[in-house]
Every structure is written in C-alpha cells, then in structure tokens.
Design a protein around this ligand. Structure first.
Ligand code: ATP
Ligand code: MG
Length: 421
C-alpha cells in the first residue's frame, strides 16, 4: 500500500518539538499580558475580498500566494491583520475601549516555494494596537518584540523605516517611477512590470541587479512631509528611551499595500535568505478602508513561529532549553487480568489527584512492563500481581534508586500519591 504523506510545504509539529512551541507561546502570552494586550481567536476562512482589498491587488500575496476556493470566493487567510481588523470593525470593538490592544496566534497559508523557514502552512503570532496614533506606541510595540526575543535568548536586529503617508508618498512615488524608468534595463522582469503599479517594491527586490540599480534611488526619508518626519524622529527618540537599538533602512518597504509611516522588521543572520523573523508597521487608513470608523489609526506586527523555532534550535544555549512535560510520576505494572481490574481504578484516582499515572492493559510480562516504565521515564513503578492482591500490598520500586518497598493498598490512592511525591 502506498503511504499517504503530508502535502508539500506543510509540516507536522512532533511531540519531541512541541516544548519549543509551548515555550514560545507561553513566553509571548506572559509578555503580552505585561503590555495589556489581550487574545482574540479568529477564523481561518474569510471572504477573498477581505484580503484583496486590504493587502492589495498587486502584492505577491494576492497575486500568487493565496489559497482560494474560487467558486465560493473564500480564502484561507494568508496573514492575520486583515482578519483581526475585520473582527474589530464587525463587533465595533472601539466602543468597548477606544484603544484596542490585541493578539492572535495561529496558522496562515501561502502558496510559495517551500524551503528552510518558508512553508505553505506556517504559524504567526500577530499583535495589533488599534486606535492609537502616537509614535510612542510604535516604539512600545518594537520594544515589546525585543523583550520577547530577549526572553527567548535570541539574537536579532531591528530595522526601521518610514513609508510616509498619502500626503507625501505620491510625490516620492513619482520621483521613484521616473528613476526606475531611467534604469529599467538593469531591473528584473518583476520590477519592470511593477514599476508603474507598485514601484516601491523594487527597493527591496532581492535580485543583485535591482539592488545595485536602486542603490542611488531617491530616498523616501528625504521626501517625507513634516508630520511624517516628526513622527519618525519621535519613534526613534522613544526607542532610545526604551534602550532598544535599531538601524534605519530606507530600502525596507514591506510587501503589503496597507502600510504607512513606520515599518519595521526583526532580522536574523542565521536563517539564510529567510532573514525576517517578525515584521510589521503602521496602517492608519486600513480600518476605514474596511468599513470601520473614520481616521482610526493602527499598528501591528506578525512573528513567524517556524523561524523562531529554527532560531531557537540554531542559537541553542543549553541553560535555556525548554523542558518537555516530563516523565510519568508512576507506572503501574499489572500482571494478569485480575491485577489489571484492580490497578485501573487506582490509576484513575491518581490522575484525579493530579499525577501523571500510566498503565498498560495488554497484560505483558513484568520485564516488558519494566522496560515500558523506563521509556516513559517513570519515577516509581508499582508492581501488582495476583499474589500482591492476595496479600493486600504491592511492590513500590523507586526507579532512580532501584530501592523497593511495600505499599499496603488499604492506605488508598492519596497515601500513595504522598509517598511518591
Ligand atoms: P518574507 O520576506 O520572508 O517573504 P514576508 O514579508 O512575506 O516575509 P510577512 O507577511 O510580514 O512576511 O509575515 C510576517 C512573518 O511571517 C515573517 O517575518 C516571517 O517570519 C513569517 N513568514 C512569512 N512567510 C512565511 C512562510 N512562507 N513560511 C514561514 N514563515 C513565514
Ligand atoms: Mg513573503
């Protein structure tokens, strides 16, 4: 029989890896709590229009990466921001609290070429602060991201840029188009095609020719209006106050249309081309564009959990290795049908008491069961055969010291729990 395998670009997260994922989630939730950021859970399926309207028709994601049920006009979310804002608008969350600070964790889907750090189903931790326009909030979000990486003992660097706003970007865009047209021969086909519709994308094209061509392109930072310039310098001052280090990178434009003003990325040198571990920015027009209250500002970022996981494995520091759920507290080795009947309610009671208690119902030999106890790293094994039941006491073996004592069954599960913990 031919084995059925998982489809290309998706991955199982195995029990031996799960402690990393749990550590990431636990650490993130703890840090979000300190910043007053609350969880929201969102559906994976959304109307296709949500993403075309927000992310933008000429972006890579919408042009070629979405998993869409064409007949139903439904798409498996390629990111979380749009869904979260849809929920914000749909439930008028601004009425409950003018500034909403929310996070959501879960899978997202993009049809791109699978490789290390790039999957077709991957997981994001997404954070959004909706309703605040102050530059301090931008810096606070980045400082929080940095705190999370520090808590996970990961080395990353922060890069920031400003993309201007509807007042200053069009002027810059025209200058850039003129520049790109003049050097069109050195651009890749994608960038040639994008010049008219989405010229900013040429600035972060990874192709060597384009990189060289845009080296002397006009800089957005020289073309900001005074409001955007003030905002950007206030963000930097606040980052300094938070003692978060960063570099300004005028070539960072991010691949989604909805960004304005501040954009930022946390990057690593350890994952090859998949350098971005988290990325985000401000999207002050998006809530309104999705039918929400006018002039609602917002800012957020998404963190790629697979890349975090790879980094944790790569930048391994022994003392920071997450622990699994640990071995069993006790293994009950029941020998014979009668012993199985006797032991099974005892196991159940121990679990009621909060212990990890394990037994096997297949009536295997003592040797096999002792092996099994070893495999589940049990601290103790209680051996129960017909003779033990008759005498009213089992043999309790400390698996670490190999010491054996007797345990009288009439003392009950609670006493047993006490003896072994
Ligand atoms: P990239 O430049 O690597 O394609 P992106 O700009 O498409 O990233 P975003 O849309 O900003 O990424 O998503 C936020 C984060 O999600 C990224 O910084 C990255 O860590 C992660 N990510 C994006 N695409 C993938 C993918 N295909 N597989 C795994 N993680 C991903
Ligand atoms: Mg991408």
């Amino acid at each position: 029989m031919l084995k059925i395998k998982a489809i290309n670009g998706v991955k199982d997260i195995l029990p031996a890896e799960i402690m990393y994922w749990q550590k990431i989630e636990k650490t993130a939730c703890d840090i979000f709590r300190r910043f007053g950021i609350h969880e929201i859970r969102l559906p994976i399926l959304e109307k296709t229009e949500l993403f075309t309207r927000s992310i933008g028709e000429t972006t890579d994601i919408v042009e070629k990466e979405m998993y869409t049920f064409v007949d139903k006009k439904i798409t498996m979310r390629p990111e979380i921001t749009a869904s979260l804002l849809r929920a914000y608008v749909e439930h008028s969350l601004h009425l409950q609290q003018p500034v909403q600070r929310l996070f959501s964790i879960g899978p997202v889907f993009r049809h791109e070429r699978p490789q290390k750090g790039r999957q077709r189903q991957f997981h994001q931790i997404d954070v959004e602060i909706i309703g605040a326009h102050e530059p301090q909030v931008d810096a606070e979000l980045m400082a929080m991201g940095q705190m999370l990486f520090n808590a996970l003992s990961l080395d990353v660097r922060l890069e920031i840029n400003s993309l201007g706003c509807p007042a200053c970007r069009p002027g810059f865009r025209n200058k850039l188009i003129a520049y790109l047209q003049a050097c069109s021969d050195s651009l890749c086909d994608d960038c040639k095609r994008r010049t008219a519709k989405n010229p900013l994308r040429a600035l972060d094209c990874k192709k060597q020719g384009c990189k060289a061509a845009v080296e002397h392109a006009p800089s957005i930072l020289d073309n900001l209006c005074s409001a955007c310039e003030e905002h950007f310098s206030a963000v930097q001052q606040q980052l300094d106050l938070f003692e978060v280090s960063y570099n300004v990178n005028r070539f960072m434009v991010r691949g989604l249309d909805y960004y304005n003003r501040t954009t930022f990325e946390f990057l690593t040198a350890d994952l090859g081309a998949q350098a971005a571990v988290a990325a985000g920015g401000r999207y002050d027009g998006l809530v309104e564009q999705l039918g929400g209250p006018k002039k609602t500002p917002g800012i957020g970022f998404a963190l790629g959990m697979e890349r975090l996981f790879l980094l944790m494995q790569q930048q391994k520091k022994q003392q920071d290795q997450p622990k699994g759920q640990g071995g069993a507290d006790i293994f009950l080795a029941a020998l014979g049908e009668q012993a199985i009947r006797f032991a099974s309610p005892l196991v159940h009671q121990l679990r009621h008491l909060g212990l990890q208690a394990v037994m096997d119902y297949s009536n295997r030999s003592l040797k096999a069961q002792m092996k099994q106890a070893g495999r589940c790293h049990a601290d103790f094994t209680l051996i129960i055969g017909e003779q033990e039941i008759e005498q009213g006491r089992g043999i309790l073996r400390n698996m670490n010291t190999q010491e054996q004592t007797e345990f009288s069954f009439n003392r009950g599960a609670a006493a047993l729990a006490e003896v072994i913990t």
